[in-house]
Design a protein around this ligand. Structure first.
Ligand code: AP5
Length: 225
């Protein structure tokens, strides 16, 4: 990567279960970028009991989208942290046209721009199984799946040796269905928006995790060259 360039801004677009979080964590390690997941930031706000978290909680439990104002405030704070100086992977943001436009304004003010948007292409039906089988390490957040990605040693996290795991409150078939509906209605139109800007890449995210990672890393290398 050339020195002295503005921090890279990479967006992962895809419905629930597409593998945004899984791949973002692998891209973090491969390229020294920082994953910013609005879902994780909102869940942290819910756990901390902040005003924003209280407002977000009911919406998240129903599988809808939290208001742009709340999401933007949380994300802008996080983007200002010094560890983002090399670049960020936006996982789950933007999710509406309003968020995409607001992101442009934020980036303009710091001389940055969206460098690449990777649309993770999947079929809807298998996403319910991916989401329903997901669990994460309670200590480090590493993601696993009952069928597709188990720890090497049963019950022990590969990354940190933690033995506590948790499942998300919104990872059930009913809420996942509502999240898919919200994705198609409010987020999928961003594929056309970013295609028009000439920054869209598409990746077949129905393949196994390692194959998807290869395709994603090839796409990111092109942008960083
Ligand atoms: P968020 O946390 O962003 O959830 P999501 O978009 O629904 O995405 P997921 O985390 O469910 O899926 P993922 O694509 O990251 O898949 P993962 O890699 O974990 O948002 C949650 C809620 O917060 C929203 O519903 C909304 O209410 C709110 N919110 C968040 N951002 C917002 C915003 N910007 N505006 C408004 N509201 C917002 O993979 C899933 C599972 O599948 C894992 O177990 C994994 O191991 C497995 N897996 C991954 N890839 C593969 C593969 N290729 N093959 C087989 N298994 C795989």
């Amino acid at each position: 990567m050339a020195e002295n360039r503005a921090p890279l801004v990479l967006i992962l677009l895809g419905p629930p279960g597409a593998g945004k979080g899984t791949q973002a964590r692998m891209l973090e390690e491969a390229f020294g970028l920082v994953q910013l997941s609005t879902g994780d930031l909102l869940r942290a706000a819910v756990a901390a009991g902040t005003d924003a978290g209280k407002q977000a909680q009911t919406v998240m439990q129903a599988g809808g989208l939290v208001s742009d104002d709340i999401v933007l405030a949380i994300l802008k704070d996080r983007m200002a942290d010094p560890d983002t100086s090399r670049g960020v992977i936006l996982d789950g943001f933007p999710r509406t046209a309003g968020q995409a436009e607001a992101l442009d304004v934020v980036l303009d003010s710091t001389g940055q721009r969206v460098n690449s948007v990777i649309s993770m292409e999947v079929e809807d039906a298998p996403m319910i199984a991916r989401v329903a089988g997901r669990y994460t390490c309670a200590a480090c957040g590493e993601g696993y799946h009952d069928e597709f990605k188990q720890p090497a040693k049963a019950g022990v996290c590969d990354k940190c040796n933690g033995t506590d795991f948790k499942r998300r409150a919104d990872d059930n078939a009913e809420t996942a269905g509502a999240r898919l509906t919200a994705y198609h209605a409010q987020t999928a139109p961003l594929i056309t928006y970013y295609k028009g800007r000439g920054v869209l890449e598409t990746v077949d995210a129905m393949a196994d995790i390692a194959s998807v990672a290869d395709a994603m890393q090839t796409a990111v290398k092109r942008v960083m060259a």
